[in-house]
Design a protein around this ligand. Structure first.
Ligand code: SF4
Ligand code: ZN
Ligand code: ZN
Length: 313
């Protein structure tokens, strides 16, 4: 690994895609610098905004909260928002909640839990129990829960934006999945800064957009951040994980390829795709007749799932 490129002390990490050896201190600077650069480039955050941070209890969102706290300090109001998904096996939800709560306490940041079971009388365990009522994989149902609740509660809390811990690897795997499945219209719906409408849809930002999973792993180790290390018992068969494996394989052979792909996508593919889809009718957002949330249909996906789970058979 050799010496740190910045200070010549013994290096702690080697960043393959940047061909860079760094000591712990300069690696922390590197992570803060990377997040700052992304935030500036995509005009994500302005001082004194109130931002909800989606905290799953895992390492990516722990890194996100920690970095935002270090970069902005008192100049940003951050609220950790955690969803208790009601996953009992291996105490998964219990441990995740504890991790997220402990982090906010340590950083002295506001924390809020949305308890799916208490608030809506549904949970991921009930999804498992009634799986014959769904044709979708667990993670797709869970994703609907998360998107809906994070949007609703961050708006209710009066936040300007919702920050999520999506990483470079997550974004590229979704792009790849959509390309391979021919869902080209979906390609314009991804990105680091997704504008909301200030009433039913919050603006969603991804400050870790250009940071890799390997880098967050090293950051949590160096900073000694506690996070949920166990794997979700319902994660088996998650479609994005196959694409992620593919990306790791490519990255191993061609370090930096993932980032290059994302940059070229933004520069060369996204503008003509946006122009094309804006030229067509575009998607019109209605208000769900049950909950008032955003939807392209009569009722939103969350209310539809809730109905499937709570109706009598
Ligand atoms: Fe939800 Fe799937 Fe993540 Fe488990 S792995 S928390 S089911 S999205
Ligand atoms: Zn150094
Ligand atoms: Zn609804």
């Amino acid at each position: 690994m050799g010496k740190c490129k910045k200070c010549s002390q013994p290096a702690t990490v080697y960043l393959v895609r940047h061909k860079l050896s760094l000591c712990a201190e300069h690696f922390i600077d590197f992570m803060e610098g990377s997040a700052k650069k992304t935030i500036k480039k995509y005009k994500m955050i302005y001082p004194y905004e109130k931002i909800a941070v989606a905290l799953s209890g895992g390492k990516d969102s722990a890194t996100l909260m920690h970095l935002l706290d270090s970069i902005y300090g008192e100049t940003l109001e951050l609220i950790g928002l955690h969803i208790d998904l009601g996953i009992g096996a291996q105490d998964y939800s219990k441990n995740s909640l504890e991790r997220a709560q402990t982090l906010c306490k340590k950083l002295n940041r506001e924390f809020m839990v949305i308890d799916l079971n208490k608030e809506y009388q549904i949970s991921m365990d009930i999804v498992k129990e009634k799986e014959n009522r769904f044709s979708r994989p667990y993670c797709a149902v869970c994703g609907t829960f998360k998107r809906y609740l994070l949007n609703r509660y961050s708006l209710n809390l009066g936040c300007e934006k919702l920050a999520t811990g999506h990483l470079l690897d997550d974004e590229v795997s979704v792009l790849l999945m959509n390309i391979i499945n021919g869902n080209i219209d979906q390609l314009v719906r991804v990105g680091p800064n997704l504008q909301g409408n200030n009433s039913t849809l919050i603006t969603r930002i991804k400050p870790l957009y250009e940071i890799s999973e390997l880098e967050t792993t090293m950051y949590t180790q160096i900073m000694g951040l506690g996070f949920q290390e166990g794997e979700c018992p319902y994660s088996l068969g998650a479609s994005t994980s196959a694409y992620k494996t593919l990306i790791y394989g490519i990255e191993e052979k061609f370090p930096g390829a993932t980032m290059k792909f994302l940059q070229r996508f933004h520069k060369m593919l996204l503008p003509p795709l946006k122009a094309y889809y804006q030229g067509t009718e575009g998607v019109k957002l209605n208000q769900c007749s049950e909950c008032g949330g955003p939807t392209t249909e009569e009722t939103c996906a969350f209310c539809n799932i809730k109905y499937l789970l709570t109706r009598n058979e």
